[in-house]
Every structure is written in structure tokens, then in C-alpha cells.
Design a protein around this ligand. Structure first.
Ligand code: FAD
Length: 507
């Protein structure tokens, strides 16, 4: 998008945007808004006294596009954020204790004879072949070998099937985006918001009041104030839909630890007695945390479990966080759009929170209003946001629902609970011959769902009859050949450390 700096603005154009909050959501929004036409003033208020959650360390591949859209150089970003590369998430002990499977990014196998790859794999598995589906995915094989290189742009090579994301220090990313945004005209205001004034005529936000008495007005307000939802909830009462009956985890403890072994190019999520633990490798430290359900364990037991699972020395006291899983009923109300934790929260099992910020920003940019705030735009934004939150919610619930663990009350509870009808339908469809239908432009691909279904033992008894078009033995040879190419390609890639060292070298 090239904008003419001198072009006159639309007569009803938004002229002042005020972002409240400077966590990951606030600074990602500010950075994206540097692309608005000149003449639109963007300000961001944050309070050093309040601080940010700043835990988000693991991401999914679309963030690569977000950074590229801003023109951010990947090597500078990795260097500035202590970043590492991520090829997927390893799930340990989820389906059964002792299980280990990868939800890799990137493509898995390839469709053949007009039939989905996983159907060919299913047919071979039903015929007795024990090869896990991840062996047909370069991202998964490279991740397990500790290798990394970005995807090739040549679609004829298997290297084109890779996708990557990042692990990074969220506070450093916010700082990086702050420098980026301020250099492009975003004005930062240090201060604590203590009041919000609504216009008498229509209830739109007129201004916010800071603790030192200053008043800041704007046409469009973006609420990035975190869990409280200072504008969207406290001032505009958007309402909150609580999903904790499906996702009972409501607390977390986060702690950094010293690095020990090689930097794995994947996040690890290990199921625990009443929740799960994350492990996220950064260049200088490892990020760890334990997400747990307070109805099923105590804070002391959760802390002990987290510390017992660390591979290196803890570098700080575990930091407690509390949350209620769910979503803001209306994420855009009048002239206020909520992004980030103020718009809802889903536990970071699939590293989706930062992505939900990114996609909220894209939606806002695609539906950017004038000062007339056409209700059709607001309604569209809210409907799309609801659909996306629900789709991600279902994918996360699947990890709990599809467990065969019965060793604690927590696992017995989540295995027995009623899942949302939308998820029950998907599970039933997959059980009936491995069928899967993606809804529109939903975030997680068929390959992602298949990875979790099969990794957690939802294995259909049958397969697509069209997969029988190729003789079993011929398909077995084809698949063995594909595995060989993938393995060889992964082995020829540099180690993750070597790639990072190259990336972070001074120019
Ligand atoms: P916050 O980080 O809370 O920032 C809020 C901002 O608002 C701060 O700058 C604060 O100063 C400001 N503010 C608040 N009140 C006021 C006021 N009165 N006046 C002025 N300023 C104010 N996401 C991922 O994508 N991957 C992960 O691996 C991941 N892990 C997570 C683990 C846990 C346990 C939790 C809880 C979250 C995790 N997330 C993860 C989510 C991620 O942390 C958030 O999505 C991200 O940090 C965005 O937060 P935010 O900017 O919305 O809010």
C-alpha cells in the first residue's frame, strides 16, 4: 500500500486515534497504524507503574507476514528480541501418559490422485504401517533433529513445505515496535488513565483522563489495556462470555530458567496433573510456565510441579497470573475497539493470543471507519471476531476432550465434559473415515487438526474409499520415498544454533 502523504483526507476521516495500553497489543497496533494516511494522528498511552503481562513468547507463522508487512528485517528482529525459530509444538503426555507428538507448521505430505494426503496415510496405517504422520512433514522432522532454515521459494522442492514462527521475549518485542512506531510518528504518552468521559448525546467515548489531570480526546479509541478492559468493559460494558466450563484452567505461573541443551526449534507443552506446562527456548534463557485449574490443584502444588519440571536453574521467582477464559461479547462498541487481552483470553496452548491481536488489527484496517462509525462495519468486525475466537477455542478444547488420561480428577473431568456442538460435529466427522471440512478462512488448517486428532488417538476405522485407487504396496513405496527425501532434506539443514548465529552476526 503506497499512500500519498499530501492527499487530502476524506471529509469524515478519523483524525485522532488513541491507543490505551502499551503491551504487545498496544505496540503491534501502533506499528500497524504507522501505515495510516499522513494527517491521522496516533497516540499511545501507557503506564510504567502498571506494567504489562508480557508473557507471550511463542507465536504461529502469520506473525512472519505481520513483520514483513511492516518492512521489519527478520535478522534485526531476532537479534533485538532474543528470538529463536519455531517449527511447531510438541505435545507430551496429552492423549496418554508417555505420548509425544508434534503439531508442526507447514505442509504434511502431499495430496495424491486427488485424495488428501492424510487419507493415504490412514489407509496405510489401517493396513498395519506404524509410521507416524509427522514423519511426512519436513517441519516436524527438522524440529526433532534441531535443524532450521526458512522455506524455499521454489515450489518444486520439499523445502517449500516449511513454515516457521518465532519464540521471543515479548517485552523486547514491544520495545522494538515502540522504537519502530515512534520513528514513524506515533506519539507515546506516559500516564495512568483514571477516568473515561462519554458523550451525552450517543455514549461515544469523548476523552480519557490521566492521573495528573490531563485529558486526551480522540475520534477512535483502541483498548489495549489488558484483562481489565478499561474502556471496552469498565466504560462501555461490552459484556464477557465465560468459557471456563470448557477450559477450566484459570491460573498460570511463569518462570525463566537457564538454558541447558541445544535450542529446540519448537515449543513444548507437557500435560500435568491439573493443566499443562510450557517450555519456550530463547537465546539467553528458557521461558517456562504452568497453566492450571485452581478447582483441581493448589497454588503450592502447581508451583512445585513447575519447578520440578525445569531443565535448568530458575532465574527468578515464579510469577502468578490469573485469567478467565472467554471473549468480550462485543469487541468493538461505538468508537472503541478492543485488541489483545481486553478482547478476551484463550490459554496459550496453541500460541494464539498474539495472532488474535494481529488478526484483530487486520480486521480493523480492512473495516477502518470514518467518524460516522457505520454500524455495519462494527457488526461485521464483531461477527468475524466471534467466529475466530470460537474456532480457536474449539481447537484448544480438542486437546483436553481427546484425552484417554484418567489419572486425576482434572483429566477425568475434561474427558467427560460436553464439548461445544461445533467441536463434537468435527470429531464425529473425523471418526467417520477421517473427513474434515475447513470453515471459510479459519486459522488452523486441516493438517493442524489431523495432527491433534491422530496424535491423541482419534483414529477412524475407515478411510476415504477414493484412496484405494492406488495399490497398497505401490503407495507404501511412494510414501517410503517421500519419507526418505524429507529426512535427507532435514539432515542437510543447518542446526538451529548455527542458523541463529549467522542471523545475529553483525552486518
Ligand atoms: P498487557 O500486556 O496487560 O498490556 C496492557 C497495557 O495497558 C500495559 O502497557 C499497561 O501499562 C497498560 N494499562 C493498563 N491499565 C492502564 C491505565 N489505567 N493507564 C494507562 N495504561 C494502562 N500469547 C502468545 O501469543 N503466546 C504465548 O506464548 C503466550 N503466553 C501467555 C501465557 C500466559 C500465562 C498469559 C496470561 C498470556 C499469554 N499470552 C501468550 C498472551 C499474551 O501475553 C498477550 O496476548 C499479550 O501480552 C498482549 O497483552 P496486552 O497487550 O493485551 O495486555
Amino acid at each position: 500500500m503506497t499512500l500519498l502523504a499530501s492527499a487530502p483526507l476524506h471529509p469524515d476521516a478519523i483524525r485522532e486515534v488513541l491507543i490505551v495500553g502499551g503491551g504487545t497489543a498496544g505496540w503491534m497496533t501502533a506499528a500497524a497504524m504507522t501505515r495510516l494516511p499522513a494527517g491521522i494522528r496516533v497516540r499511545l498511552i501507557e503506564s510504567e507503574e502498571i506494567g504489562s503481562v508480557g508473557v507471550g513468547e511463542a507465536t504461529i507463522p502469520p506473525l512472519v507476514t505481520f513483520n514483513a508487512m511492516l518492512g521489519i528485517d527478520e535478522a534485526s528482529f531476532i537479534k533485538a528480541t532474543q528470538g529463536t525459530f519455531k517449527l511447531g509444538i510438541e505435545f507430551v503426555d496429552w492423549g496418554r501418559q508417555g505420548d509425544r507428538y508434534m503439531h508442526p507448521f507447514g505442509e504434511v505430505g502431499m495430496d495424491m490422485e486427488g485424495v488428501k494426503f492424510h487419507q493415504h496415510w490412514l489407509r496405510q496405517a489401517q493396513g498395519g504401517d506404524p509410521t507416524p504422520i509427522e514423519d511426512y512433514c519436513l517441519s516436524a522432522v527438522a524440529a526433532r533433529l534441531g535443524r532450521f532454515t526458512p522455506a524455499s521459494s521454489d515450489p518444486r522442492t520439499v523445502l517449500a513445505s516449511l513454515r516457521h514462527a518465532y519464540h521471543f521475549d515479548a517485552a523486547l518485542y514491544a520495545g522494538f515496535l515502540r522504537r519502530f512506531s515512534e520513528a514513524r510518528g506515533v506519539e507515546r504518552v506516559e500516564g495512568k488513565v483514571v477516568g473515561v468521559s462519554l458523550r451525552d448525546s450517543d455514549g461515544f467515548i469523548e476523552s480519557v483522563r490521566l492521573a495528573d489531570g490531563r485529558r486526551l480526546d480522540a475520534d477512535l479509541f483502541i483498548d489495549c489495556s489488558g484483562f481489565r478492559g478499561l474502556l471496552i468493559e469498565e466504560a462501555l460494558a461490552a459484556g464477557y462470555e465465560d468459557w471456563s466450563h470448557w477450559l477450566p484452567c484459570d491460573r498460570a505461573l511463569a518462570v525463566p530458567s537457564a538454558n541447558t541443551g541445544p535450542l529446540t526449534p519448537f515449543t513444548r507443552a507437557t500435560a500435568d496433573r491439573a493443566g499443562w506446562r510450557w517450555r519456550i527456548p530463547l537465546q539467553q534463557r528458557t521461558g517456562n510456565g504452568h497453566v492450571y485449574a485452581s478447582a483441581f490443584t493448589t497454588d503450592e502444588d502447581a508451583r512445585a510441579s513447575l519447578l520440578a519440571g525445569l531443565e535448568g536453574e530458575p532465574l527468578a521467582e515464579p510469577r502468578p497470573l490469573r485469567f478467565t477464559t472467554g471473549r468480550r461479547r462485543r469487541q468493538w462498541v461505538r468508537n472503541c475497539v478492543s485488541l489483545g487481552l481486553s478482547s478476551g483470553f484463550l490459554e496459550p496452548l496453541e500460541s494464539t493470543s498474539i495472532h488474535l491481536i494481529q488478526s484483530g488489527i487486520s480486521r480493523l484496517m480492512a473495516l477502518f471507519p470514518t467518524r460516522r462509525f457505520d454500524p455495519v462495519l462494527i457488526d461485521q468486525f464483531n461477527r468475524l471476531s466471534q467466529t475466530q475466537f470460537e474456532q480457536v477455542r474449539d481447537f484448544i478444547i480438542l486437546h483436553y476432550k481427546a484425552t484417554q488420561r484418567d489419572d486425576t480428577d482434572f483429566w477425568r473431568h475434561v474427558a467427560a465434559m460436553d464439548a461445544p456442538e461445533s467441536l463434537e460435529r468435527r470429531i464425529a466427522l473425523f471418526r467417520a473415515g477421517g473427513r474434515f471440512m475447513r470453515d471459510g478462512d479459519e486459522l488452523f488448517s486441516e493438517a493442524s487438526w489431523v495432527a491433534v486428532f491422530t496424535g491423541q488417538h482419534i483414529l477412524p476405522q475407515d478411510h476415504d474409499p477414493l484412496a484405494d485407487g492406488v495399490p497398497y504396496a505401490a503407495m507404501a513405496r511412494k510414501l517410503a520415498g517421500l519419507r526418505g527425501i524429507i529426512r535427507k532434506t532435514a539432515e542437510a539443514m543447518p542446526t538451529h544454533e548455527t542458523f541463529i548465529a549467522r542471523c545475529c552476526q553483525p552486518p
